[in-house]
Design a protein. Structure first.
Length: 96
C-alpha cells in the first residue's frame, strides 16, 4: 500500500494535541517503522494501533485508520499519547 500523506482536521487533531503529542511526532512515528497491531473492538471502520519512538526516542502510542480519497490513501491519526514507563517496559519485554 502506498500512502499519499496524512488526513488532519479539526476532528482528529485535538485528540492528539490534548496529550501533548505534536503532528510532527505522530507523522515521524508512523513513517519510521512502528510496531502495528489491529484494534478490532472500537468501531465499524478498521482501526490500528502503532507503537514507535519520536525523534527524541520517546515512545508514542497512536490509534489510526486509513482513508481513501479518490485514488490516494491517507493515514488518519485518531489519537496519540506518550506511553507510561510500565507500558514501555511491557512492550520492550514482548518486542521481537
Amino acid at each position: 500500500m502506498t500512502i499519499a500523506g496524512f488526513d488532519w482536521d479539526d476532528g482528529n487533531w485535538p485528540k492528539c494535541a490534548r496529550h501533548g503529542v505534536s503532528k510532527a511526532e505522530v507523522e515521524h512515528v508512523l513513517t519510521h517503522s512502528p510496531a502495528v497491531f489491529p484494534d478490532p473492538g472500537h468501531s465499524a471502520e478498521q482501526r490500528l494501533n502503532a507503537i514507535g519512538r519520536n525523534a527524541l526516542g520517546r515512545y508514542v502510542f497512536i490509534a489510526f485508520t486509513f482513508r481513501a480519497t479518490g485514488e490516494d490513501t491517507l493515514i488518519r491519526p485518531i489519537s496519540a499519547r506518550y506511553m507510561h514507563q510500565k507500558e514501555v517496559a511491557h512492550y520492550e519485554r514482548k518486542a521481537p
